[in-house]
Design a protein around this ligand. Structure first.
Ligand code: AHG
Ligand code: MN
Ligand code: MN
Length: 335
């Protein structure tokens, strides 16, 4: 369906989607509105991070006498505060918190959704003023409504995600989210603080010119994968040598690959047998968005989305991107 993207805001879009389901309660739209609001507050803080720096060093106190927080901690608190204040989320799991946060009040206990997140992805980029992101994943609870959310609500395989998305704080700020109906991107108009539908119905190109891998690990990965990396830059590659792009922020790398075609991988390396990325709030949401858009995601053995998580912070090797390129990569891995 072709949308008139010119003036449609994130709220209008989610309400329009809602009207297509006569039995929908509007909770998911409400939750997405909350995420949009939190993203705007985080975006505002990111934009003044340089200023905050001269007003007070991290860990110290700023000119108003307030403690200066690390952006990861700040973003984590903003997302949690906004979602706690809303009426559509029963609890949150975050990269920044060892344990899950169950909101446990009468309203939240009646909410059917829980959210998992990486509040700031690419934290290493904060200090140097380059691209970072936020990632989120939404599940319907399996525990009883009316009671507090439980750990098992958060430990569902990625196939059961209801929605997932990311915010990329780049040269402009964009919120991309997927439901089973499709993947759509909304660009923030900073002047009026509104997200507008700018990238309707995103589709992952089946092939593309980019590979994203931290070449620092070249000598510490499986030989079969090393052969694939060699193939990426080989003149024999049918599309010619690929461009290597690696931002240290998976959101940025995957976003570029989604728009232009490409593959991103963070595999097992000798001192990190499960890679680095976290299954529940980094790999699964990216895998969901990617698959809905027509791409593929795997841990090297099977679909990422089918892994049954054992704990919130578990890591897994991750290969994600254009379908044909993932197939090609798997061809090397299975030799
Ligand atoms: P985070 O900032 O949430 O810890 O995640 C950063 C991740 C990912 O986005 C990025 O691709 C990768 O870590 C970078 O790690 P290396 O420096 O090991 O390549
Ligand atoms: Mn991350
Ligand atoms: Mn993070």
């Amino acid at each position: 369906m072709q949308q008139n993207s010119q003036f449609m805001t994130l709220d209008e879009f989610t309400i329009q989607q809602l009207r297509m389901f006569p039995h929908a309660t509007g909770e998911l739209s409400g939750l997405l509105r909350g995420i949009g609001l939190a993203a705007k507050r985080v975006n505002y803080e990111i934009n003044r991070a340089g200023i905050a720096d001269i007003l007070g060093a991290e860990g110290g106190r700023n000119i108003q006498g307030e403690e200066v927080q690390k952006l990861d901690v700040y973003a984590n608190n903003v997302f949690k505060e906004v979602l706690r204040a809303g009426i559509n989320c029963a609890g949150v799991a975050s990269e920044e918190d060892e344990e899950i946060t169950v909101f446990d009040d009468a309203r939240s206990n009646r909410s059917k959704y829980v959210l998992l997140m990486d509040p700031v992805d690419g934290s290493g980029n904060i200090d140097i003023n380059i691209t970072i992101g936020s990632i989120f994943s939404i599940y319907k609870r399996v525990s009883e409504l009316g009671k507090p959310a439980e750990l098992r609500d958060f430990l569902q395989p990625g196939t059961r995600q209801v929605a997932a998305g990311y915010v990329l704080y780049g040269s402009s700020t964009i919120l991309v989210y997927a439901t089973r109906r499709g993947v759509n991107g909304f660009t923030l108009d900073n002047a009026i603080g509104e997200f507008y539908l700018s990238h309707p119905d995103l589709r992952f190109p089946s092939h593309g010119p980019f590979y994203s891998f931290d070449n620092r690990y070249y000598h510490f990965i499986e030989e079969k994968l090393r052969a694939y990396v060699d193939f990426c830059i080989s003149p024999e590659n049918k599309s010619g040598p690929l461009w290597n792009r690696y931002y240290g922020c998976m959101v940025a790398d995957t976003h570029r690959n989604l728009l232009k075609g490409g593959v991103f991988f963070y595999p097992a390396v000798s001192d990190k047998p499960n890679g680095k990325l976290r299954l529940c709030y980094e790999c699964n949401p990216m895998a969901f968005i990617t698959e809905i858009a027509g791409g593929k995601a795997t841990d090297g053995n099977g679909r990422t989305l089918e892994i049954q998580p054992d704990h919130i912070h578990q890591r897994c090797p991750f290969f994600v991107g254009s379908a044909d390129m993932i197939d090609e990569l798997m061809g090397f891995m299975q030799k």
